[in-house]
Design a protein around this ligand. Structure first.
Ligand SMILES: [Zn+2]
Length: 124
């Protein structure tokens, strides 16, 4: 799944786009230029923070799009009644730190139980 974009042959384009965002990030971080007092460790730390924020933005957007595809209702796994999908925020630990993600949740009034439609976040 993660490679669907890659399978379409645009991996190079996506990575080039991310590098371009890196240039923009660097320009915004040092609008007056980078003086000799800035050492490589500081540059690396800034890049690390930027990469983490970029990763969080990408993952959050992908999860959001996946969640939207669920629709407004999901069938109860027990009685199969249509139940309204509600959203809550959930902190999810990733390789690059915790990310707040939208998580779908349903409540079946007939069965009086909550259930969580399957998404990438519910499987994490
Ligand atoms: Zn039910």
């Amino acid at each position: 799944m993660a490679t669907q974009a890659m399978a379409q042959g645009n991996e190079g384009d996506l990575l080039m786009l991310a590098r371009g965002w890196g240039k923009i990030f660097a320009a915004e971080a040092f609008p007056d230029g980078v003086g000799p007092e800035v050492d490589f460790g500081q540059m690396e730390e800034l890049a690390s923070q930027g990469a983490q924020a970029l990763m969080q933005g990408i993952v959050r957007e992908l999860v959001r799009k996946q969640a939207v595809a669920l629709g407004d209702t999901q069938p109860c796994p027990t009685c199969h009644s249509d139940c309204r999908v509600k959203w809550r925020q959930r902190g999810l630990q990733t390789r690059h730190g915790e990310v707040e993600m939208p998580e779908p949740m349903c409540h079946c009034t007939r069965c009086r139980r909550d259930f969580f439609p399957s998404t990438a976040t519910s499987e994490a």
